[in-house]
Design a protein around this ligand. Structure first.
Ligand SMILES: CC(=O)NCC[C@H](N)C(=O)O
Length: 170
């Protein structure tokens, strides 16, 4: 039996000093939209209450950015979930989302967790489905919502980003 390697990392709120390492992680992850380093420094500073990093032996190996959409105070929009390629398959993504939910819900109730996930990002879809199962509530993908490919600049050939909705959470 292959024992799942014990996950030895710390999940914590980011600091602006983590921004550059988060940018490097997103670049390594390769499946996400790489935002500017400035964007990640700002997220780790001004949005630290709804962001989280996983640090292992001094390296940033995981990151989640989220926000409360203005005017929808019972929703939590998960922007990016990034796991270092070397740390995949150990439940880190799920551990980070569960910690994020627990932290944010302690401040104010969360009834719906939302995200956009491209069809090719099957690992991310599996992760959100697992979180929905864990929470005992429905998971659905709404093609009408989210960000269709047509919203992106022609030359980028960006995939569509359908909206994933988990909830209502009990
Ligand atoms: C949940 C998640 O990681 N979504 C990714 C959205 C988008 N492609 C991005 O990378 O920001």
């Amino acid at each position: 039996i292959v024992q799942k390697a014990a996950i030895k990392q710390e999940l914590r709120k980011p600091r602006k000093q983590d921004g550059a390492a988060v940018w490097e992680l997103i670049k390594r992850a390769g499946t996400l939209d790489l935002n500017s380093a400035y964007c990640y420094i700002l997220l780790c500073d001004l949005y630290k209450d709804t962001c989280l990093v996983a640090e292992r032996e001094g390296r940033i190996v995981g990151f989640v950015s989220a926000l409360r959409p203005p005017g929808a105070d019972d929703r939590l929009f998960i922007w990016q979930v990034a796991v270092d390629p070397g740390e995949r398959g150990k439940g880190l993504g799920r551990a980070m989302l569960e910690r994020m939910l627990a932290t944010v819900a302690a401040e104010a109730p969360v009834r719906f967790i939302e995200a956009t996930v491209s069809p090719s990002n099957t690992a991310s879809l599996r992760l959100f489905k697992a979180v929905a199962r864990e929470l005992g509530c429905t998971f659905r993908v709404s093609e009408q919502h989210g960000y269709p490919a047509g919203l992106f600049p022609q030359g980028q050939h960006h995939e569509s980003e359908p909206l994933v909705v988990i909830g209502p959470l009990r």
